[in-house]
Ligand binder design. Sequence first.
Ligand code: CUA
Length: 405
Amino acid sequence: MLNTNHSRRRGGPRRGLPPQLARAGLLGVGAALLTGCGSQQLLSIGDLSSAYNREMFWMSVWAIAFSIVIFIGVSYALFYTVRKFREDRNDAEPEQFHGNNRLETILVVVPVLIVMLLSVLTVRTMARLNPTPQNAVKVDVLGKQFWWNFGYPAAPAAAGGNVTNGNELVIPTRSPVALTITSGDVIHAFWAPNLGGQRDATPGTHKTWQIDTDRAGAYQGNCNVLCGASHANMRFKVIALDPEQYNTFLQAAQAYRAPEPAPGSAEARGYTLFMQGNPATGALACAACHRVQGTPAAGAAGPDLSFFGTRRTLGAGMWEGERAQEMLHGWIKHSPALKPGSLMPAYDGQEYRLNGKVQKAGLLTDAEIDDIAAYLRSLRLPEEANYWRDVPVTSQNASAQGGNP
Ligand code: CUA
């Protein structure tokens, strides 16, 4: 669904392999097209732009080739035996060979060798993938019901804290990215198949994982452990930029402070509502749950909104592009109705059910919601740091994925 039309940059080591084969990939048998649109490589563990996937691919090639040899050998022995020793009417009882030490030794030693060989292949691949290189870009991944935060522990922000982005992870190409993955509630799993494997996000633990790619573009990710009502709506994007562009992004993100709205503007009204809510109508402040870098908003119960205006997705990847713009008003107004299990309070003054309990929503007028939306849209990185800039909007990623909430 995404980014398949890029010119392929062939950076890292690569062995000759017809791209069709690579894509169809022996591994790609499970090539997991999550949303069922089969024409493009959306989620593919057969994407050999990733060193991780290449290792897995070649290990599988060897394992499968070896299995084919065994299969042919066993089949040959079987047919040979059946043919050669088939019953003949005149035969007396066939020769018995119980207690044949040589045969029994062979039958034990050969399978042990086979298992050892496959183990060596596996252990070798694990050893190559596990150590995290010193030069890796470090990212802290936090999964919660039902969204992601991606923090850069080595990139402190001038305004305080570290650079953090919600639901959109920006990485450089041609560099290993070392993830430290955890969860704030239940077990989730970080899964961006084109970039290499998956890893559980488990509360109370910090698991390491590594992803990488040679090819710039946007990649789809998804939570991959059933974690509640909106498990399937717990998506994210990984945007891989050329190293220079990535540095531009990171420096701008570190220097970023949310723009100060002009007095009297919609953004200024939105800013006030965002920070304070409306106590008179019971509307809770957005800032209680969300962080915006360079403002007093430092909430951690919801995704970071510092670069919200730069982001292309809404609701942890439920909508993209134009559709995300259209949905923003409704999303602020009544998120739990659009996304089952969403913990964001509603603002339409109605009663609603949240986790089985009846809640009374605070009230914001449509005009007030539009003011908040205007404020959120103003939270933009400078254009040179807009990480979506060179990612083409295809008809597919402009259209709704989750248009059916
Ligand atoms: Cu989080 Cu499934």
